[in-house]
Design a protein around this ligand. Structure first.
Ligand code: ATP
Length: 216
């Protein structure tokens, strides 16, 4: 339902997405013919509320392919073996729906650094995730979102896995103005409201904060 035009103030991020996701996706056959493996996994990281989920949704809208969203904390269950089963099912569902996007929100919950976890179960879940990623075939884009990229097991950030990283920053003043523009485009605003003045007075606000401000 949303696409790149609904995103404000992220020109650099969108340019990266065009290179890493859109072009390889649309030229998939060409990539295969040339013997190049198209990028598989993208790690989106940045502070909470800066629009990671929103960006993933907009990629799905822009490419007109379904997105399967996984709340990573739901994968982790107390019963031994159950989490691995859930992970395998999610990857299987993605393979059946290919082409599609498989989106893991708060992916650090599934893939914490293995040397920092104490339970065997957590290490097994990381291993399962890695082997599902490695075995994955078809036109599937895996997107992981996290606000704590340093807490992710480093084996996940290797080539062929989440080997592309896109950083979402806290927006600056002109980016806040663009975000306010897209957030208010369907509203009737009084002439007395100046979006650039609002942007000047909201340093540190991320997209989610500006959305709350617009609602107020
Ligand atoms: P969390 O880490 O807490 O899950 P997040 O980074 O995934 O947060 P989102 O849930 O994607 O953040 O963003 C919250 C809302 O803020 C979005 O639904 C969207 O409406 C708005 N938003 C964020 N960034 C932008 C932007 N650049 N342009 C327009 N709207 C935005």
């Amino acid at each position: 339902e949303i696409s790149f035009k609904d995103i404000g103030g992220m020109n650099d991020v969108l340019a990266q997405i065009r290179d890493l996701v859109e072009r390889p996706f649309k030229k998939y056959e060409l990539f295969l013919k040339l013997g190049i493996e198209p990028p598989k996994g993208i790690l989106l990281y940045g502070p909470p509320g800066c629009g990671k989920t929103f960006v993933a949704n907009s990629i799905s809208g822009e490419l007109a392919i379904p997105i399967i969203k996984v709340a990573s904390t739901e994968i982790i269950s107390g019963v031994s073996g159950e989490s691995e089963g859930k992970l395998r099912n999610v990857f299987l569902a993605a393979r059946q729906q290919s082409p599609c996007i498989l989106f893991f929100d708060e992916v650090d919950a599934i893939t914490p650094k293995r040397d920092s976890v104490h339970k065997e179960m957590e290490k097994r879940i990381v291993s399962q995730f890695l082997s599902c990623l490695d075995e994955l075939e078809g036109q599937i884009i895996i997107i992981g979102a996290t606000s704590r990229p340093d807490c992710i097991d480093s084996s996940l950030r290797r080539a062929g896995r989440f080997d592309n990283e896109i950083r979402l920053r806290i927006p600056n003043e002109s980016e806040r103005t663009s975000i306010l523009h897209v957030l208010t485009q369907s509203l009737k605003l009084s002439d007395l409201i100046s979006l650039s003045s609002l942007a000047r007075r909201t340093p540190g606000f991320v997209g989610a904060d500006l959305k709350a401000l617009v609602r107020e």
